[in-house]
Design a protein around this ligand. Structure first.
Ligand code: MV4
Length: 449
């Protein structure tokens, strides 16, 4: 097992990894930017090194600065968390060449699954269900038109290098298709320096359901149920839950086995997530694989009673997974709400600043994954998420009641947060019925006022 891990991240996920390390008897080393010098997680880590100024490009994204700290601290492994360098194949390669384990999949799996067109091809080869669409990249407007005519409108044009909803255009007719095709290519060229795109049938008002996967280097592959992340705004998830109100035990098994089929075909190891869209009839279609631990992993931990960060570290160290598929049973219901320092009434504008007072809910079935404390100033340079509030109960109904209770106890003074919106969601009749899709927040909940 590793004796020391460097955490190439900040905030709540850095703290989550520190906690796993401590329970495993592994020393934790944080790297931080000048903007984070007062980060409360740094006091809990065993060591901390400042690696540069506030902008991520000169600190959390600067591979040479991180590797210098890794050398000085003499670590065995690097955990990238989520965001930043977590899905950067080059970084994984640099770690490999430096003799430091990258706590994530091998660089080739990151490369294949990180390119949406390549991931689509891998899914086709593995026999994973997809929406009708192109086998290869679409090189001309004429080709796009021919494909759209053969699969029927509406269609979606997606950047191969995109992901998380960037570089996409929906088209309901030929004129929109040609415009969308050119726009998607131009946007992708700027955003990703790669203008390749592909075309797929567009599924309207889908649910977003993702399968948590974990694999070791001994050929053990396990899925830890699904998460429903349909409540999003502009591709930013707000609420996640497990199990999905739309998924039966039979469908869970089918989706889980499908996800693992793809993972096996890529020789995938450590933690990963296969994203699917689910239609009203209960058909599921593969979208993409996230080759990192995700923000919402704790909802899966709660319903499967696993420690995914621990399992991820064990897998990266070459150990066997601490559980098998037979051990993983989905029980109870978990909900997570993301508490962001944002002004919901003003377009979710980030509201960094000083937390003047803080009272955190507790009691039965509550988990609070956060790095904040009273007196802490949230720097303006990074993500606005200040913590994740999770509840766990026997049923979905009880979990919603528990979340309302927990939110009512919460006191975060000095900044605006998404707590009032979450209270609204927890009292929403459609959410209570489990009847929401990926357009619900924008089209219904925010519009209703
Ligand atoms: C789609 C789609 C409908 N049809 N693909 C957005 C993020 C990326 N993971 C895939 N995305 C979508 N792809 C087809 N063929 C709708 C979306 C989508 C979406 C997906 C999940 C969660 C929220 C979303 C919001 C808008 C669009």
């Amino acid at each position: 097992m590793f004796s020391k891990i460097l955490i190439a991240n900040r905030g709540e996920i850095a703290l989550r990894i520190i906690r796993a390390c401590r329970e495993m008897g592994i020393k934790s080393v944080c790297v931080y930017s000048e903007a984070d010098r007062n980060g409360p997680w740094l006091e809990i880590a065993d060591e901390a090194y400042c690696i540069g100024p506030a902008p991520s490009a000169k600190s959390y994204l600067d591979i040479s600065r991180i590797m210098a700290a890794a050398e000085i601290a003499d670590v065995d492994a690097i955990h990238p968390g989520y965001g930043f360098l977590s899905e950067n194949a080059h970084f994984a390669e640099v770690c490999q060449h430096s003799g430091i384990a990258f706590i994530g999949p091998n660089p080739d799996a990151i490369k294949t699954l990180g390119n949406k067109a390549a991931a689509r091809a891998a899914a086709v080869a593995a026999g994973v269900p997809l929406l009708p669409g192109t086998k290869d990249l679409v090189e001309t407007e004429q080709e796009a038109i021919e494909i759209a005519n053969s699969i029927g409108y509406p269609v979606i044009i997606k950047a191969a290098a995109g992901g998380g909803g960037r570089g996409m255009r929906v088209a309901h007719n030929e004129i929109a298709l040609v415009n969308g095709y050119l726009q998607a290519r131009a946007e992708a060229a700027v955003a990703f320096k790669d203008d390749s795109v592909y075309v797929e049938k567009y599924l309207e008002r889908p649910r977003h359901v993702e399968i948590q996967m974990i694999a070791d280097q001994h050929g053990n592959y396990v899925y830890c149920g699904e998460r429903d992340c349909s409540l999003q705004r502009r591709h930013q998830k707000l609420v996640e839950e497990a199990p999905s109100p739309a998924i039966s035990a039979e469908m869970r098994r089918k989706m889980g086995e499908t996800a693992l089929k793809l993972a096996r075909s890529c020789k995938y190891t450590t933690a990963g997530t296969a994203e699917f869209l689910v239609d009203k009839q209960g058909n599921f279609y593969f979208m993409e694989v996230n080759t990192r631990i995700q923000v919402e992993h704790p909802v899966s931990e709660l319903v499967t009673r696993t420690d995914l960060i621990r399992a991820q570290i064990m897998a990266a160290a070459g150990e066997k997974l601490p559980f098998t598929q037979a051990d993983v049973e989905v029980r109870g219901h978990a909900i997570e709400v993301r508490i962001n320092a944002e002004d919901v009434d003003n377009g979710f504008r980030p509201c960094p600043g000083k937390i003047t007072d803080l009272f955190v809910p507790g009691g039965p079935g509550i988990r609070w994954d956060s790095h904040i404390k009273a007196g802490y100033s949230i720097p303006p340079n990074y993500d606005s998420m200040v913590g994740k509030l999770l509840v766990f109960a026997d049923t979905r109904e009880q979990a919603i009641i528990r979340m309302r209770r927990a939110l009512s106890e919460f006191k975060i003074e000095g900044i605006k947060t998404t707590i009032p919106l979450h209270q609204k969601i927890m009292h929403d009749a459609n959410f209570m019925k489990g009847d929401v899709d990926t357009s619900y927040i924008e089209k219904v909940l925010l519009a209703k006022g």
